[in-house]
Ligand binder design. Structure first.
Ligand SMILES: NC(=O)c1ccc[n+]([C@@H]2O[C@H](COP(=O)([O-])OP(=O)(O)OC[C@H]3O[C@@H](n4cnc5c(N)ncnc54)[C@H](OP(=O)(O)O)[C@@H]3O)[C@@H](O)[C@H]2O)c1
Length: 235
């Protein structure tokens, strides 16, 4: 299936760098209007991309730690139709997450960003997605899979991703009647600030592969946990 889908509208969180910035770049290059959400969208590489986009990248300030921010953004964008919502923003969480301990407040903050905010954003934008049989893609991690867990450690990060998986799976059941498709997706191990320099995939490779999967996903796939290459992952 062609990736070209002109005239479509998507919203991406965590657009300032890493996978989010690459998602913005690829969708806008493909003719989409991209609502790029970041804590400081005017700065850095995202600011430059916005300036060069002829208005096709629309910046929004969005802090995933702010519980009112999703509803406020949805109110600002009232009347819109949304083909694709990508919950991408995420944090690793506490610097230490092993047998020596885990910082409680850092874990709770990671839970807010990784687990609660994507749910609140999805609910806020549901009416706009339902208008056009839209899709919600939540960037999770294979590290949140309990069925696939072969190594220890990373207690907080794993838990925040397992939690968002559970919530979005439940939402996928609730929104199917509105013809909204919701899937969660592991982007692979990617060379970003979070993934580090040793990761095998570039953001371009990961996002190109994920866009192919996203483009092919239909309502019959709702509630699935995808790898970036289309493989189905265990919960
Ligand atoms: N890279 C990997 O190997 C890998 C593997 C599995 C899953 N993932 C997932 O993929 C997603 C993207 O990760 P990445 O690798 O691109 O990481 P990254 O380079 O560290 O980027 C994280 C993004 O999330 C944003 N963010 C963090 N806290 C935020 C907040 N409170 N409000 C708004 N935005 C916030 C950051 O914005 P600021 O610039 O403002 O901090 C940044 O845009 C995450 O959900 C991550 O868990 C990544």
């Amino acid at each position: 299936m062609s990736l070209r889908d002109p005239g479509r509208t998507c919203l991406v969180t965590g657009a300032s760098r890493g996978l989010g910035l690459e998602l913005v770049r690829q969708y806008v290059a493909d003719g989409w209007v991209v609502h790029a959400c970041a804590r400081d969208p005017a700065s850095g590489a995202l600011g430059e991309a916005i300036a060069a986009s002829n208005g096709n990248i629309v910046p929004h300030v969005l802090d995933m730690m702010d519980p009112e921010a999703p509803a406020r953004l949805a109110h600002d964008l009232r009347g819109m139709s949304l083909d694709l919502l990508i919950n991408n923003a995420g944090v690793y969480g506490p610097p230490v997450q092993d047998l020596s301990g885990v910082d409680q407040q850092a874990w709770l903050d990671a839970f807010t960003v990784n687990s609660i905010a994507p749910v609140r954003l999805t609910l806020a934008f549901l009416p706009y997605l339902a208008k056009v049989k839209g899709k919600v893609v939540t960037i999770t991690s294979r590290m949140g899979s309990i069925g696939d867990m072969m190594a220890g450690g990373y207690y907080a990060y794993r838990a925040t991703k397992a939690a968002v998986n559970a919530s979005l799976r439940a939402i996928s059941i609730d929104v199917a009647a509105q013809n909204v498709t919701s899937v969660v997706m592991h982007p692979g191990w990617v060379r970003t600030d979070m993934g580090g320099k040793e990761a095998p995939l570039s953001p371009k490779e990961s996002v190109t592969a994920m866009r192919k999967v996203i483009s092919g996903v239909t309502l019959s796939d709702t509630g699935k946990f995808f790898n970036y290459d289309g493989e189905i992952l265990p919960w």
